[in-house]
Each structure stands twice: as C-alpha cells, then as structure tokens.
Design a protein around this ligand. Structure first.
Ligand code: ACO
Length: 421
C-alpha cells in the first residue's frame, strides 16, 4: 500500500500513504490543495495527523498507552521516579547512572524561582485560579531567562513549575512559602512545599508520595491532545518555550480537557448536596436537549477503556483504605461508574470513566484542594509538552501551523448598496 486514490469531479488523483511503526496508516495530503484545489475538512481534527512523532503511542481501541515504547503499566509499577520518566519522554531513552545523576543535580539546582518573582504572587486578587497564576508565571519566566537556550529552559521549566504551583497554593491560604528540599523526590517536594510549615517538622507520608508519583507519571504524555497540540501550534510560530508552555497550561484548564478533574469532584459534590440521586444526573446526561455531561466519562481516543483510569481505579481504593477515608463522594462515583458500564447509552457511545474520573478522588484524599487538581495534571504533563516542543524544533517538516477553512459567510456585498437601501 503506497498510494491512495481520490476521485474529485470525475478526475482521479493519487496521494502517498504513510505507515507508522505500529502500522498506523495516514494519507499524506500535503499536496492535496496544489493538485486538486480542494482542502480537507475535519473540525476537531479527529482524523488529522499533524506531525510524525516518536514520543507516545496510543491504541484507543485496545487501551494501549506507551511512552517511547514502554507500556504505561510497566513504567508506573517500576522503581523509576517521575524525573526518570520525564528524562525518557524528553530525550527518548532511559537515563544511565551518570545521566540520571546529572539530570537530578540540574533539577535540584533549578528548583527555586527567582526571588523577584515571589512578589508577583502578592498581586493576584484572592480566588484567582492557580492555573491562571501558573500560566502567567510561566510566560513571565521569559523575562528572567531571555535566552534561546531551549535545552537549558527545558530543565528550568520542569524544575520550577512545581515550585510555582506550590507557592500559588501557599499564597492562597496565607502561609509562608517553603523552599524545595534537595533530598526529596519531585512528588515529595510538591507535597512538602504545599503542606509543610516552618513552625513544625513535616515528613512526607510515603504512601502519599507514591500515589502522587504514579499520578504524575500517568499524566506524563498523551500524544497530540489539545494542550500538547497547543505547544506545537504556538511554538511553530517561532515563539519561545515559556510562551508555548504558558499557552498549553491555558488549553489544559478547559473543562473538556484537564479541567475535567476539578469538574468531576464538583459534580459529585453537587449530586451529594442535592440528595445523592445519581440516576437523575445520568438521565440528564442522556437527554439530548440537556447540555449536561457526566464529567470524567468519555474520551476522544479511548473507546474501550482508558488504561490510566484502570490503574488509578485500583490505586484509588488503596489510598482511601490506607487513609481510612470513608468518602460518600466515592460511593456516588462508584454508582456512576456502574451505570456507565451497564447503561446502553454509555455502552453504545463507548463512554467509559477516563483518567480524570479517578484522579480527582485521589487528589482529594491527598488533601489537595479542588482548584489545584488541574495544576497537578499540568505538572504531570510538563515533560510531555517539553518533549513535543523539542521534537517539533528538530523536525524538518515543521512549518508554522496555519489551518485553512471552508468559508460559509456572505458573498461579496458593498457598503454603498446597504447605505442606499
Ligand atoms: N456524558 C454524556 N454524553 C456524552 C459524554 C458525557 N461525558 N461524552 C460524550 N457524550 C456523547 C455526546 O453527547 C455525543 O452524543 P451524540 O453522538 O448523540 O451527539 C457522543 O457522546 C460523542 O461525544 P463527542 O463530544 O462528539 O466526543 P468527543 O470525542 O468530541 O469528546 C470528550 C470527548 C470531550 C472527552 C467528551 O466525552 C466529554 O465532554 N467528556 C466529559 C469531559 C471529560 O471528562 N473530559 C476529560 C477528557 S480526558 C482528558 O482530558 C485527560
């Protein structure tokens, strides 16, 4: 299979076919417009490959997710840290002992933010969403590191993002900022900077650190999702890495993307506060005339199950058991999950619980406030965004991203005619 044939207005055109390393087939339409005068139309890009990539492989039908060839289940269940997996995602191979030591040193060295930036946190009105703060801080870093050194900036962003996130939280509750501790893992430092206080000793509970490590790794990359495509879209204009990541954070914030984890808990709380009748909400979700959707269900790519959700479902029970948490929200969540797995509407539309369904429940059990959930997702996704920016920069096929459109507006008309009428 090397070409595809297209018949347009009775005329036949040949288009090259591209096959990926896992057998994925794409029709290369880069010459479509010049050959035929026509363009492709694909709102939401569900059928459009925007690049060749060797970072992450997903088979949505089989529920497969691999980073650089390694199955997500193996990475999560290994002794690898989130920083090791970040290295793998960004540079393509597992770090050897020396690379691991060097990367870890760089992560520690770059983990504090410029002291001047701390003042920025004073000027957001109370209640500002931490995703807005994270994005603004990221863009501001271009002022502190005005360098074209993408490699150096990759490390700076990965190391500093968690510190910015934790500071945004500390500011919101009026507590002093805590510096990251060099001996702590990435996940432990997030918890330390959020929950430690200078007045008392704080040891990060191991089970919480493990749960957060797993959540971060599970969110590491997910090929050309909305926020990652944003990194590539914005970066394709030649703008700097900070601007691209700042834009990706904004894309992730949306409730149909990363913002869904916050929405899941808010939806469960809403159901609880209104008497706990989850069936009413299932009916609302099924009603064509009601825009309500069950948050945490469905996925553009996974049509059988989300492998990340399966891992988290088990972890969810373990964390809640360990913490001895009896959360009525979890009961509602379990009922909703049961409905989704048995109701014909959800079965026919292939709507399964996604990663956000369970991650919200675990974040809540970890003591992370609801509006920080999507920030946690952003921290996990950071290596994926950085890997895609780096790949895009090294890809000779990269051009400024500039889709076309099918115009459906008014035909030519003239101001003078309207004024005369
Ligand atoms: N509840 C009820 N119905 C749903 C849901 C849902 N959560 N999701 C999709 N549907 C229905 C739609 O109404 C549509 O029905 P129709 O064919 O009768 O019009 C059909 O299923 C297909 O839905 P689309 O929106 O076309 O699917 P798409 O692939 O564009 O969207 C998405 C996927 C955005 C995830 C969607 O399922 C959704 O909105 N889910 C809720 C939000 C959510 O959980 N987002 C997190 C995604 S995972 C992540 O970002 C990590």
């Amino acid at each position: 299979m090397s070409t595809a044939k297209l018949i347009l207005d009775g005329q036949e055109f040949e288009l090259p076919v591209v096959v990926g390393s896992e057998g994925e087939v794409g029709i290369d339409i880069t010459s479509l417009r010049s050959k035929t005068g026509a363009i492709s139309l694909d709102p939401g890009y569900g059928n459009t490959g925007a690049c060749r990539s060797s970072i992450t492989y997903i088979d949505g039908e089989k529920g497969i997710l691999r980073y650089r060839g390694y199955p997500i289940e193996e990475l999560v269940n290994s002794s690898l840290s989130f920083v090791d997996v970040s290295y793998l995602l960004i540079y393509g191979e597992m770090p050897d002992a020396q690379q691991k030591a060097e990367f870890s040193y760089l992560m520690t060295r770059n983990s504090t933010i410029h002291e001047g930036m701390k003042n920025f946190f004073d000027h957001y009105p109370p209640g500002t969403h931490p995703m807005a703060i994270l994005s603004a801080m990221m863009a501001s870093m271009s002022g502190y590191y005005p360098t074209e050194d993408d490699e150096g900036n990759i490390v700076r962003i990965l190391a500093k993002a968690k510190t910015i996130a934790a500071y945004a939280y500390k500011k919101s509750i009026g507590e002093p900022f805590m510096y990251p501790v060099p001996k702590n893992s990435y996940a432990a430092n997030i918890l330390y900077m959020m929950f430690a206080h200078p007045r008392e000793e704080y040891e990060v509970p191991e089970v919480l650190e493990k749960a957060l490590r797993m959540l971060l790794i599970l969110h590491g990359d997910h090929e050309q999702n909305c926020s990652t495509s944003t990194v590539r879209m914005v970066g394709s204009s030649g703008t700097n890495l900070f601007a691209s990541i700042s834009a990706a954070i904004m894309a992730l914030w949306g409730p149909l993307h990363g913002g869904a984890n916050q929405q899941v808990i808010e939806m469960l709380e809403h159901i609880r506060d209104n008497g706990g009748d989850y069936r009413e909400y299932v009916d609302k979700a099924k009603d064509k005339d009601d825009p309500f959707r069950l948050m945490g269900f469905g996925h553009r790519v996974y049509k059988n199950f989300d492998p990340r959700a399966q891992i988290l479902k088990k972890q969810c029970d373990d964390v809640l058991d360990y913490l001895g948490i009896q959360d009525p929200l979890l009961d509602i969540a379990k009922h909703l999950e049961d409905v989704a797995l048995h109701d014909s509407y959800f079965i026919e539309k292939k709507l399964y619980p996604n990663v956000d369904f369970y991650s919200g429940i675990i974040y809540k059990a970890l003591g992370i406030p609801t509006d920080m959930f999507t920030v946690m997702f952003a921290l996990g996704r950071m290596p994926g965004w950085l890997a895609h920016f780096r790949e895009m920069k090294h890809d000779h096929d990269t051009r400024i991203n500039r889709p076309r459109q099918i115009y459906i507006g008014a035909g030519e008309r003239h101001v003078s005619e309207d004024l005369a009428g």
